[in-house]
Ligand binder design. Structure first.
Ligand code: CP
Length: 307
């Protein structure tokens, strides 16, 4: 059996393949009935060694809506990882039961280990502070649906840009489009890692860093808020000091563009005040819906199924 494709990092997909996934996601919405039974007899495993609401449940909803089945676990403690089983052995086992695997693991690189052993497609559903490519696909679909384009945009990324893997993946994806400017809004201690800056510089991307959300606001087409990632801090004291660095409220939006798109991968803690939820520019729950549509498209793509 020939080895199938995996999705470990967003750059595993070409821009053309991403365009195709976006087109399929839109077709799924427009012609839902055509897809209801398309994955009959196919099974997806969701192996989540770390907590999740959106990613796991949207993957499961995606496969169920395609007529397939799902199985898996939602924490390491409810799998044999708790008894010391390796990722590799888990994957070799589960690969006997299913056609495709989505996995989330706290250790960076765990999905690469899994992909080396698996005979079925492996989807990285988040590995530590590293990558979260299906969130990036979600973000790209959201931007395309809201803005009608993936080029010529000024994107503000705000919050924990050091540990926020969704930010790293989104920057990497957007570097492949023309006319993108990044405004990186964070406390000094939570700036994007050097390797991300090097990637931006290597393609001559336009970007700058600031600590002020208010100063950056007027020029933004997209504001991508992120939570301070408590679970990745080495000490609680630093987390407590930094956790309320940015709280987006209606007052801060007074200087924003009327067609600003406010995004957040969620979960939110308190970095977006709930009063913003009713503002027409708030798109984060729509973004979560886009996540299901693009994961449906991705499952079909990786299984080699066409309408
Ligand atoms: N955006 C995201 O990854 O959410 P979950 O952690 O709930 O899956």
């Amino acid at each position: 059996m020939s080895k199938s494709r995996n999705l470990i990092n967003i750059t595993d997909l070409t821009v053309e393949e991403i365009d195709k996934l976006i087109a399929t996601a839109d077709d799924i919405v427009a012609n839902h009935a055509d897809y209801e039974d398309i994955c009959r007899h196919k099974k997806l495993a969701t192996l989540f060694f770390e907590p999740s609401t959106r990613t796991r449940l949207s993957f499961e909803a995606a496969m169920l809506e395609l007529g397939g089945s799902v199985l898996g676990f939602s924490s390491a403690s409810s799998s044999s990882a708790a008894k010391g089983e390796s990722v590799s052995d888990t994957i070799m086992t589960v690969g006997n039961y299913v056609d495709i695997i989505a996995m989330r693991h706290p250790k960076e690189g765990a999905p690469i280990v899994a992909a080396k052993r698996a005979e079925v497609p492996i989807i990285n559903a988040g590995d530590g502070g590293h990558f979260h490519p299906t969130q990036t696909l979600t973000d790209l679909l959201t931007i395309k649906r809201k803005k009608g384009r993936l080029n010529d945009l000024t994107i503000g990324l705000c919050g924990d840009l050091k540990f926020g893997r969704t930010v790293h993946s989104l920057i990497e994806a957007m570097l492949r489009y023309e006319g993108i400017k990044f405004v990186l809004i964070s406390p000094e201690e939570l700036q994007v890692p050097e390797y991300v800056k090097e990637k931006m510089n290597s393609v001559g991307a336009e970007w700058y860093e600031t600590e002020s959300l208010e100063d950056a606001m007027p020029e933004l087409d997209i504001l991508y808020m992120t939570r301070i990632q408590r679970e990745r801090f080495f000490n609680e004291e630093d987390y407590v000091r930094l956790k309320d660095s940015y709280i987006l409220d209606l007052e801060k939006l007074e200087n924003a563009k009327e067609d600003l798109t406010i995004m957040h991968p969620l979960p939110r803690v308190n970095e977006i005040s709930v009063e913003v939820d009713d503002d027409p520019r708030a798109c984060y729950f729509f973004q979560a819906l886009c996540g299901k549509h693009i994961r449906m498209a991705l499952i079909l793509f990786l299984l080699g199924i066409e309408k």
